[in-house]
Design a protein around this ligand. Structure first.
Ligand code: MN
Length: 163
């Protein structure tokens, strides 16, 4: 089972459209968004997918983000999501507090801990936990739009970039 992991889209509609085009032939069951979506209208681009997200530090319009997400059948309600999917325990958090992300990883309660915020791609394993950060889809800080295709059967994280 494959899921798309993204973060820090920061209203880059062009990058989101390009991404969705690039993955249209993948069998993506869910999109996990680690926050910093910004405008509620951005969520509409993901229509047709199942999306679970968390708020980032720049997501100010929380009520409208929540309502827009709900109207699209998405879940975007909190700063943290504890997801159980395909027999895997997954923590989803923006990662504004680095120590909190590190504590989640060290807790060994999760198979996967997903965070964003730094805009830098990361992938490492501590004990039984795979820690991943898909970097920034917006591409604003690094000039590279990155994302991860995560296979929940094998726990392989495939880091990819927009062309
Ligand atoms: Mn952030």
């Amino acid at each position: 089972m494959k899921v798309l992991v993204i973060s820090d889209t920061h209203d880059n509609l062009f990058a989101i459209k390009k991404l969705l085009k690039q993955i249209e032939n993948e069998k993506i069951t869910y999109i996990f968004h680690a926050g910093d979506i910004i405008a509620p209208f951005t969520l509409k681009l993901f229509n047709g997918y199942k999306l679970i997200g968390v708020y980032g530090n720049n997501d100010g319009e929380r009520n409208l983000l929540r309502e827009t997400a709900k109207s699209l059948g998405f879940k975007l309600e909190k700063d943290f999501e504890n997801i159980e999917l395909n027999g895997r325990k997954i923590a989803l958090i923006h990662g504004t507090e680095k120590q909190l992300v590190e504590a989640l990883i060290k807790s060994q309660l999760y198979d996967v801990v997903i965070s964003g915020h730094t805009h830098v791609v990361e992938q490492y394993i501590i004990g039984k936990t795979l820690a991943i950060n898909p970097g920034e889809l917006c591409g604003y800080l690094t000039n590279k739009s990155s994302y991860i295709i995560l296979d929940l059967d094998t726990l392989q994280a495939d880091v990819r970039y927009l062309d």
